[in-house]
Design a protein around this ligand. Structure first.
Ligand code: FES
Length: 58
């Protein structure tokens, strides 16, 4: 499970990094996260996971 922490493999964005960005920039939507980090701007398959992380952080 060494790749477990990578949420977006297209852009190689890790979960910890996403949580940091969500908290420090008060991101609310998957599009906010995509604009800020690039995660979700490739194939799009990670967008559900990004939403779950947003729900967790709220
Ligand atoms: S895995 Fe995130 S856009 Fe493809």
């Amino acid at each position: 499970m060494s790749d477990f922490n990578v949420v977006c493999s297209c852009l190689n964005v890790e979960k910890d990094e996403l949580i940091e960005e969500i908290k420090s920039n008060n991101l609310k939507t998957v599009d906010d996260v995509a604009d800020e980090t690039g995660a979700g701007t490739g194939c799009g398959s990670c967008r559900c996971t990004i939403q779950e992380i947003l729900d967790d952080v709220k």
